[in-house]
Design a protein around this ligand. Structure first.
Ligand SMILES: CC(C)(COP(=O)(O)OP(=O)(O)OC[C@H]1O[C@@H](n2cnc3c(N)ncnc32)[C@H](O)[C@@H]1OP(=O)(O)O)[C@@H](O)C(=O)NCCC(=O)NCCS
Length: 157
């Protein structure tokens, strides 16, 4: 989708992330119909977040990436609204875990903590590799734990 490509190219200054999103869109095992969320004003798309299907310990989880807000619209709450919208959409669909690789100062405000504290590990172990469980205390079904496996398109980055 051209509007999303335009945001990603403006934010990252090169096409890697835009190509990643296009590759994920072509992968029916990764693409989630509800996982691509845009923020727009009257004129154009100003931000985008993507959630795709990944596996953690063999179970279904959501990979949050990329998240991007046009440079001239950053620090005005758009990124926050996008992350909150993705978390809400995932919760509605009874998803149990969202995984992200990013700045802990940023994602911590949404409740993400180091993935290893949820028993999730993978290629990117370290403080930037974070997870958010959506399983409410007392609810049936624990959040997945174990090795995180991203969709194939991420592995060609
Ligand atoms: C990171 C990004 C998505 C944040 O979106 P945004 O719309 O600017 O963020 P918000 O306005 O919702 O910011 C909320 C808070 O996070 C802080 N923040 C913004 N960007 C941050 C960053 N890169 N690291 C840490 N904190 C950040 C802001 O200070 C703000 O707090 P405040 O309002 O109390 O000052 C955006 O800056 C962006 O697209 N950056 C370039 C691409 C990128 O780094 N993507 C993330 C890949 S994981």
């Amino acid at each position: 989708m051209a509007g999303i490509r335009s945001v990603l190219e403006a934010v990252f200054g090169e096409p890697t992330e835009a190509n990643l999103v296009d590759a994920l869109r072509q992968d029916p095992t990764a693409w989630l119909s509800w996982g691509s969320i845009v923020a727009a004003d009257a004129a154009r798309i100003v931000g985008h977040v993507l959630g795709t299907r990944m596996r953690v310990g063999g179970a279904a989880a959501v990979a949050l990436a990329p998240l991007a807000v046009r440079p001239d619209r950053q620090r005005s709450g758009v990124g926050t609204a996008l992350v909150e919208a993705l978390v809400a959409a995932a919760g509605k669909r009874s998803e149990r875990l969202i995984v992200v690789l990013g700045d802990p100062d940023y994602y911590g405000r949404f409740g993400f903590i180091p993935a290893i504290e949820h028993g999730v590990h993978g290629l990117y172990d370290g403080p930037e590799f974070q997870a958010l469980t959506l399983v409410k205390p007392g609810a049936v079904g624990l959040a997945p734990r174990g090795e995180a496996v991203y969709p194939a398109a991420f592995r060609t980055l």
